[in-house]
Design a protein around this ligand. Structure first.
Ligand code: ADP
Ligand code: ADP
Length: 228
């Protein structure tokens, strides 16, 4: 579903973020990108929706070389969740959730219905939370809205960049568990960046262990960490 072929990214300031990256993620698979900060995880993620362009090499999503796909088309087909959820502060939870349907021109009634359905899916009662603004939510609730928004147009691929990194450990664990349940129902292909090895183990997919701009290992947590 997602394939990196010998991908290198050097930023204009000369920083070599990733070098010779080659790996593949199957349809419906959840792969965590783990490793210390500065080793290229976010850069790798952002190249999948063309927020960052590789210096060399190719990336394929669903068999298509993404350099031939308009960035906006790609982003409408790929859900993206970041650490502070990145919600629009002056839009309600319902409107935030319906961002992509709005951009796709869905009629208002249809996008509202979809937004309510998604809020339900992530455990937020739309009649309670739909009309609120992001600053009227807890950090965990904001991240739920971020996930709902990313799922709005039913994208086959989800990119998650430390989505639960900014919430307290108890809430984080609950969000991880709920996200796993969601993943097993929806079957999206997920790239999940975290610097927290425990989170990667809990999520349980293959781990791509980054070191200095390279994937050093790509295997199950049990293989990498040693089976208990
Ligand atoms: P990680 O997500 O693992 O923390 P990043 O992909 O953010 O790593 O960064 C990898 C390397 O690329 C780091 O050395 C970082 O300083 C550098 N880098 C990231 N973004 C930029 C940028 N926009 N311009 C220049 N260098 C960058
Ligand atoms: P319309 O019914 O004309 O589409 P709305 O009454 O739904 O507009 O919204 C008013 C304004 O807010 C519009 O100009 C639209 O651009 C913007 N807007 C509405 N919903 C969303 C959304 N989910 N995401 C982003 N912008 C939105």
């Amino acid at each position: 579903m997602i394939r990196f072929e010998n991908v290198t990214k050097r930023y204009p300031n000369g920083a070599l973020a990733v070098e010779g990256l080659s790996f593949e993620v199957s349809e419906g698979e959840l792969v965590t990108l783990v490793g210390p900060s500065g080793c290229g995880k976010t850069t790798t993620l952002k190249m999948v929706n063309r927020l960052v362009e590789p210096t060399s090499g190719s990336i394929f999503v669903d068999g298509r070389d993404i350099s031939t796909v308009e960035p906006v088309d790609l982003r409408l087909r790929i859900g993206y969740v970041i650490q502070q959820a990145g919600l629009f502060p002056h839009r309600t939870v319902l409107d935030n959730t319906a961002t992509v349907p709005h951009l796709l021109g869905w009629p208002k009634a249809k996008r509202r219905e979809r937004a309510r359905e998604l809020l339900d899916l992530v455990g937020l009662d739309p009649s309670v939370f739909g009309g609120r603004y992001p600053d009227q939510l807890s950090g965990g609730q904001r991240q739920r809205v971020g996930v709902a928004r990313a799922l709005a147009a039913d994208p086959p691929v989800l990119l998650m960049d430390e989505p639960f990194g900014a919430v307290d450990p108890v809430v984080r664990e609950r969000l991880q568990t709920e996200f796993l349940r969601l993943h097993s129902t929806l079957g999206k292909t997920v790239l999940f960046v975290t610097h927290d090895i425990e989170e990667a183990v809990r999520l349980g997919g293959r781990m791509a262990v980054f070191g200095e701009g390279r994937v050093e290992q790509l295997d199950s947590p049990a293989q990498i960490l040693g089976a208990p």
